[in-house]
Design a protein around this ligand. Structure first.
Ligand code: C2E
Ligand code: MG
Ligand code: MG
Ligand code: MG
Length: 266
């Protein structure tokens, strides 16, 4: 992995080198496309692609996460207004951002500017984001809900105090971490854990989303276990905004049921 430097990151932000890609999210039962998750991408002019697992923490440590998030929000909302409005947009919020009192204000003004309806927005929060100041997290979460935003608990099962967070915050969606999905086919224990997470989610009236779905075997197993939604290479990798129109042309639109996947030729 490359050793990205904060100076490079600052330059990249000024040069708009960090852009959102969009990964499809589908209903497991029907294959119907329900939305996209926006994932940040940085192509360093010399070093090439830098993983968000590197540059997001780098941005956090160097006081750049606010600018980066604002930048991405603006771009994501603009792209979102050019795709069918029944499609949701999931956006990752960094731990530090979720402790920022002005978060909901920033989101609502960026949405207004782009003409994007916040009913389409799902904010994904990782568990570590919530540790520390639960009172503040609760009031920020409520402000976001009042704006019509949905909340997802990301990477469920890998962080701390998962169950406490599920209880304390008004989540709509539970994203099962890809590591569980990966191990699901290998051991009965991990299959049982996935089943238990899905059951827990449903008993709390949450939509369950499986991350890292790579094979039809995994998709079928998840469906049997009652999981609602899937995301992963099986349905498509994250693509740049310029590829969205082509991707969407492989999906058929139906006014009453939203979007459904066309039968794949060949
Ligand atoms: P995440 O939110 O859990 O995103 C899912 C990650 O799984 C993405 O990695 C995605 O590319 C990858 N993925 C999707 N399908 C598959 C699959 O079938 N198999 C496997 N093995 N992986 C799959 P990515 O894009 O490298 O992002 C890594 C993490 O960086 C994200 O995890 C998220 O926590 C963070 N991140 C990405 N974009 C942003 C952003 O704009 N803001 C913030 N705050 N964090 C971001
Ligand atoms: Mg995510
Ligand atoms: Mg995740
Ligand atoms: Mg993750």
């Amino acid at each position: 992995m490359v050793a990205a430097h904060p100076t490079d990151l600052r330059k990249a932000l000024n040069a708009d080198e960090i852009t959102p890609y969009f990964q499809p999210i589908v209903e497991l039962r029907t294959g119907v496309l329900t939305g996209f998750e926006a994932l940040a991408r940085w192509r360093h002019p010399i070093q090439g692609p830098v993983s968000p697992d590197i540059f997001i923490p780098l941005a956090e440590e160097n006081g750049l996460i606010g600018i980066l998030t604002r930048n991405l929000l603006r771009r994501v909302f603009t792209v979102a207004t050019s795709i069918p409005e029944e499609l949701s947009i999931s956006f990752n919020i960094s731990p530090l951002q979720f402790g920022d009192r002005s978060l909901s204000q920033q989101i609502s003004s960026a949405a207004k500017l782009a003409g994007f309806s916040l009913k389409r927005l799902i904010l994904e929060i990782t568990e570590s984001a919530l540790i520390g100041n639960m009172d503040q997290a609760q009031s920020i979460a409520q402000e976001l809900k009042d704006l019509g935003v949905s909340l997802a608990l990301d990477d469920f099962g890998t962080g701390y105090s998962s169950l406490r967070h599920l209880q304390a915050l008004p989540f709509d969606e539970l994203k099962i971490d890809a590591s569980f999905v990966r191990e699901m086919s290998d051991t009965r224990e991990s299959r049982k854990i996935v089943a238990a997470i899905i059951g827990l989610g449903h008993s709390l009236s949450l939509t369950t989303v499986a991350e890292g779905v790579e094979t039809t075997e995994q998709a079928e197993m998840l469906l049997r276990l009652g999981c609602d939604i899937g995301q992963g290479w099986l349905y498509g990798p994250p693509v740049p905004p310029s590829d969205l129109a082509a991707f969407l042309s492989t999906q058929s639109l139906s006014p009453s049921t939203g979007i459904s996947t066309k039968t794949n030729e060949g």
